[in-house]
Design a protein around this ligand. Structure first.
Ligand code: MLT
Length: 304
């Protein structure tokens, strides 16, 4: 009997792939053979000798102590691409929220206290405070053209945007497979200088940590709107707060709110919802369960 520990809520559709007679699944175990985790931070967690594999139901693995895993021979899987569509849809939604003040407008409308027959007139007076701009014809910079970035680029083209992309890790041919209409930036600086909107889809690594700082913000067009559904630590927070305050950054939609960012000017804080759809949670759980099953039963290491 294999023991599988789940450190977060994992969709049943995935766990159902681990047959009952052969697998025991629980949120607490002394000696699990495998772990399925979503965002739980595992850095402080002791790893028992029984543990053979960890499956991350998601893309980013920065919540897993990879060095300790490799020292102990624990195999780590992730499910890149399984939640890409969910993240892409929220990036597109955020780009529109950063352009049209729906968030402010809805809050204001709900706060209206007036007799019913006066509401329509109040709405007509108040709407001038929430006017926005259109995304059609604007330039979207996409940094990172993996599963999510490539989907965002493709659909932004369909919305009438100009799209410029940059990915230091993909060959030029691989990166542009989805559309020839995506312009190829010769470097990050070129992209940052031309974007009206910026979306970032790179992993958090020592080399990418705080790479968006005052120097990079100064290269950008004043008032740029940024969507961060990758990781909060890609941005140097104090520099970001200064750039928001001065208006150099016009809007910052982040899936990784912090105490300082929540109330800062121009910030739309989202509670890490990028991958939170029924479909994406099921996909990730299915991939993760399949990976663990293959590995525990046959020693196969497949990352999809
Ligand atoms: C990811 O890295 O794929 C996301 O952060 C997933 C999640 O919300 O679990």
């Amino acid at each position: 009997m294999y023991k599988i520990q789940t450190l977060n809520k994992i969709a049943e559709k995935g766990l159902d792939l681990l047959p009952h007679g052969q697998y025991e699944i629980a949120s607490e175990f002394n000696e699990p053979d495998g772990i399925i985790v979503r965002s739980f931070k595992m850095h402080e967690m002791p790893f028992p000798i029984s543990l053979k594999a960890i499956a991350r139901a998601g893309a980013g693995v920065n919540n897993i102590p990879l060095e300790r895993c490799s020292e102990k021979g624990i195999v780590v899987f992730n499910t890149p691409g399984a939640n890409a569509n969910a993240v892409k849809e929220l990036v597109l939604c955020s780009m529109l929220l950063a352009s049209r003040d729906v968030v402010g407008g809805v809050a204001w409308t709900k706060s209206l206290e007036a007799p019913a027959d006066q509401i329509p007139a109040l709405v007509e007076q108040g709407k001038a405070n929430f006017a926005g701009c259109e995304i059609k014809g604007k330039t979207l910079g996409v940094v990172g053209l993996g599963a999510i970035g490539a989907l965002v680029a493709k659909d932004a083209l369909a919305l009438g945007m100009n799209v410029i992309g940059y990915d230091p890790y993909l060959s030029v041919d691989g990166a542009w497979e989805l559309s020839n209409d995506v312009q190829k930036a010769s470097g990050l600086e070129t992209l940052l200088k031309s974007a009206d909107y910026l979306t970032i889809h790179v992993p958090l690594l020592p080399s990418t940590k705080e790479m968006y700082n005052a120097e990079k913000f100064a290269m950008m067009k004043p008032g740029i709107k940024i969507m961060n559904f990758a990781r909060g630590e890609l941005f140097k927070e104090d520099d970001l707060l200064d750039a928001l305050e001065s208006g150099q950054i016009g809007a910052y939609v982040t899936d990784f709110p912090t105490t300082k960012l929540i109330h800062a000017k121009g910030v739309i804080p989202v509670p890490h919802l990028g991958a939170s759809t029924e479909e994406s949670e099921e996909n990730c759980a299915i991939w993760a369960s399949r990976q663990l099953k293959n590995f525990l039963e046959s020693g196969n290491i497949e990352n999809s």
